[in-house]
Each structure stands twice: as C-alpha cells, then as structure tokens.
Design a binder for this molecule. Structure first.
Ligand code: BES
Ligand code: MN
Ligand code: ZN
Length: 497
C-alpha cells in the first residue's frame, strides 16, 4: 500500500477519517465540518453507541467538507493515545476501508490534547498500523473474488507538518517488510516451506548486508549435533542450521544471539499427534520465522549492534528411520539425552542450536523463541508469551520492550526442584518429565541445561501467540509475527550505541 503525508488541503474528497475524542468530542476537523453542515454530524450521531472511545468508528455518508464518506474515528482520551494506540487507529481505518472495498482513504490528524505524541508521530504510527493490518496471505487463492483480495491501495495522512511525519515514518518503515516476511514464512504450508526452502528464503537478507550461512546434515554431524539430527532423522527433507550475522556494532562488543525453533512440520514423530488440528503444526517454525524477520528489521534499519541468529530447521516425521521413544542421543555439549517422547522435539533441536551459538559466538545474551509447549497456552492463553530466564535484567528489558510495541510477556518460574524432574535413569536427562504437570517449565529447565556460565539467557514460549484465530487492530487473523518487533526493540533500547 502506498502511503503519503500531506498538509491540510482546502477541501477534502473521497473517504475521509476524522478524529473524535472520548465523550463525542469533535476535534478540529470534525468540528469544522459539523458547523459547516449546520450540526449534521452531531445529529447523525444522535443517541447511537459511538462515543469516541479508542478505535470506535461511525460512517456518515454524503456529508459536507467535500468528503463523500466520512469515517468518525474514536481516539479516546488524549493521554491514552500512545504509539501503540495510534498504530491501532491506523489498523482500524485499513480494516474499515477493506471491508467497504475502498481503494483509497485519507486520515486527518488533528492535534490531540493530552497525548504525549506530536501530530507527526501520530501520523506516522497511523500509517504503520494501517500497513501492518493491510496484509493477506492470498498466494493460493486463484479465483478472482473481491473478498479474497485487499482493496486498499493508497493511504493519505493529512497532518500539519508532514515533513516531520515522513521522517518518523521512514524510521518505522523497515518494520513492515520484516513483519510481512515472517507472516509469509509462518503461513506457508509445509509442502512448500521445508528446511531447505526456509533457508533459501532467508538468504534474501544478504541484500541488506546480513551474512547468511547454512549448515547441512553432514556439517552438523561433524559438530556433534546428534540431538538435533535425531529429530529430522525420520524426514525426507534435510535438516538445516541457518546462521545469520549482523555485526554493525562496536568491534569489542559481544553479540546478542537470537535462537529460533524451526520445525517446519511437527507430526509428533513416532509419538504421533492426534489428527484433529495437526495442520496447525505447519507454524511450528514460528520462532525461526520471528528471528529471521527480526534480523531483517535490525539490518533493514541499519542498527548499530552486533546480533547473530541461529535457526534450527527440521521436519518431525514418523518413518522407518525415525527416532524411537527410549533412544539415547548425544548433544554437541557432550550431555546425553533419553528421548522419551518424540513430540517434545523443540527442546531437542534448540539445545544443539544454543550450544553452537555459545561456542561459536560467545554472546553476552541469548534469547530464544519457540512454539514449544501446548502447556503455555493452558497457562497464559493467547495474550502473552511465556518468559523464562536466568537473568532479571534481561527479563525486564524484554518485558519493557514488549509492553511498548504490544507483544506482551509473562515471566514464569524456574528452579532446582523442577530441574530434577527431567533426570533420566539411563542418560544425563530425559526430554520430558513423568507427568504433564508444569510442562512449559520442565521444557525450559531442559533448555537451561544447555546455557553456559555467565550467559544471560531467555526462553520465550510463543506457542499461544504465534498464530491468532481472531487477529487484532494491527494484525489480521493468522500468523502474527510475534517476536519480530519485540526482538528489534530489545536490541534498539539496550544493545545499540
Ligand atoms: N509444537 C508443539 C507445541 C505446540 C502445541 C505449539 C500447540 C503450538 C500449539 C511441541 O513440539 C509439542 O508437541 N509439545 C508437546 C510436549 C509434550 C510431548 C511434553 C505438547 O505441548 O503437548
Ligand atoms: Mn512436538
Ligand atoms: Zn513442536
């Protein structure tokens, strides 16, 4: 979608959205139109439900001010209008436009009293939010039905001082393609997106200056990554380790390592999942998708930081050659693992990816994202991701970043009593505990056994947030790209000069 920022025109035309604050308070433009039209807006609202609360809308047809259709857009109370809320408004406008089949829409940004944002910032955030909402994975829709396509092609944001808005927007713009890349990766079916294809698509990041390297099974075998390889053993598709480097920070600064779970399809393996809903397991690479999108964003805005990303890409299939429950495998760290349940495969691929990251890059911090457990959905639902960490500073940095950009986290506990639950009779550890109790925690404990001394580590279980059945203001239903903006914000606020 094309975005333009322009100064106030003499008259409006087409589809125009104007601000109304809480308690039906018309802001400047709505007010002017209302008085020109002899109070028609006031009358049209009448005793309806529209109050001007954040994100509410009311459409008024054939009103004056030149507009053919006027969209009254509730901006709520001024102090509520922060960056995220403004993005939400943009998203609402885009959704309304697409629902109505409009090609172009204009949003008029009046100054909002009480908001900490300048009109330029509000305008830029509205544009970003509209872009993020204006996404559809329609690659496989072959029939040309209008409801299968987005209609909105042009957004004009009217604001006093459009140059300011353009400047802010230019900084935000790399977010769009990064989020879209992740949503595409996560939405692709597993017959199209398998480990080699994922890695191939990630190579596009070289254009932005990211060094992309891909290790195949032979190389991983040499490195001793047998726990990772065991998971992909039953698949016709070759497992891959995708390594991306963006070293644009101070030479002497240790990088931050981002790790992603990339199970391109998770059947459960020999511990086969039930059929119902198994198709969801195409998005079991959501962690790797988010990490790849984050690298695209970090490089896209030329962050002055050192960041490396490692994605473990596999397919978990049952087969004559598949790993069996009870198998014992040796990790790159030297520790051995008894595989009790082949469906607890995420931790198996991550432990070798994490060890590789630490051996190779000596990171100061390591943040790993994975659709790791169904249990985290039981705990937190779809509103927050589960955060597990050995470091309170890193946890707080992540939580702060998440609350600002709208990707929320909730810190979960770790401890020696939980850790003990994965001791094995035959090997150093087993990949699941005896019961299902605290399933997300025991999964995290497993990962923690592969964290080296002195490394600040965080594991983020995104099983409940990587995909949305209902969407929100800036995210259509489907792949959310949760984590892309979170990781970028973490870097921007804490690891960048
Ligand atoms: N990929 C799944 C977790 C998952 C479930 C993600 C639902 C998204 C939605 C993971 O590999 C898995 O199968 N976990 C098992 C672990 C169990 C065998 C200990 C689970 O959560 O049931
Ligand atoms: Mn599984
Ligand atoms: Zn899985």
């Amino acid at each position: 979608m094309k975005v333009e920022f322009s100064a106030f025109p003499k008259a409006f035309s087409g589809n125009v959205a104007v601000f109304v604050a809480a308690e039906k308070q018309f802001l400047a433009t709505a007010n002017a139109i209302d008085s020109q039209a002899g109070g028609a807006l006031t009358r049209a609202l009448g005793a309806g439900r529209f109050t001007g609360a954040t994100g509410q809308t009311a459409t008024i047809l054939g009103q004056s001010g030149g507009a053919d259709r006027l969209l009254l857009l509730g901006v709520g109370k001024g102090r509520e209008l922060d960056a995220r809320a403004a993005e939400g408004l943009g998203g609402v406008v885009a959704a309304e436009a697409n629902a109505a089949g409009h090609k172009a829409v204009t949003v008029v940004v009046d100054p909002v009293k009480g908001s900490r944002l300048t009109p330029g910032q509000i305008a830029a955030r509205i544009a970003l939010g509209a872009q993020l909402r204006n996404y559809r994975f329609d690659r496989y829709k072959t029939k040309d039905k209008p409801e299968h396509k987005l209609s909105l092609e042009q957004l004009t944001v009217v604001v006093a001082g459009p140059a300011d808005a353009r400047k802010v927007y230019a900084q935000l713009e790399p977010t769009i393609d990064a989020v879209f890349m992740t949503r595409d990766l996560v939405s692709e079916p597993a017959n199209v997106l398998y480990p080699v294809e994922f890695a191939r698509r990630a190579r596009e990041l070289t254009k932005l200056g990211v060094k992309v390297e891909v290790l195949g099974e032979a190389e991983m075998k040499k490195l001793g990554m047998h726990v990772l390889l065991g998971v992909g053993q039953g698949s016709e598709r070759e497992s891959q380790l995708l390594v991306m480097r963006w070293m644009n920070g101070p030479k002497d600064q240790a990088p931050v390592a981002l790790i992603g779970k990339g199970v391109c399809f998770d059947t459960g393996g020999i511990s086969l999942k039930p059929a119902g809903g198994m198709e969801d397991m195409k998005w079991d690479m959501g962690g790797a998708g988010a990490v790849t999108g984050a690298m695209k964003l970090i490089a896209g805005r030329k962050a002055k930081a050192n960041v490396v990303a490692i994605c473990a890409l596999v397919e978990n299939m049952p087969d004559g050659n598949a790993q069996r429950p009870g198998d014992v495998v040796k990790s790159m760290s030297g520790q051995t693992v008894e595989v009790i349940n082949t469906d607890a495969e995420g931790r198996l691929i991550l432990c070798d990816a994490m060890w590789y990251a630490q051996e190779k890059f000596k990171p100061q911090a390591m943040v790993e994202l994975s659709t790791l457990t169904g249990a985290i959905i039981i705990s937190l639902g779809h509103e927050r991701a589960g955060l597990f960490s050995n470091n309170t500073q890193l946890s707080n940095r992540l939580r702060a970043a998440g609350s600002q950009i709208g990707e929320k986290l909730w810190r979960m506990p770790l401890g020696p009593k939980y850790d003990k639950l994965i001791d094995s009779e035959i090997a150093d550890m087993k990949n699941v505990s005896n019961g299902r109790d605290g399933g997300s925690i025991t999964a995290a404990q497993f990962l923690q056994r592969f964290v080296q001394e002195g490394v600040a580590w965080a594991h983020i279980d995104i099983a409940g947030v990587a995909w949305s059945g209902k969407g929100d203001n800036t995210t259509p239903k489907g792949a959310t790209a949760y984590g892309v903006r979170l990781l970028d914000k973490l870097i921007a606020d804490n690891y960048e000069r």
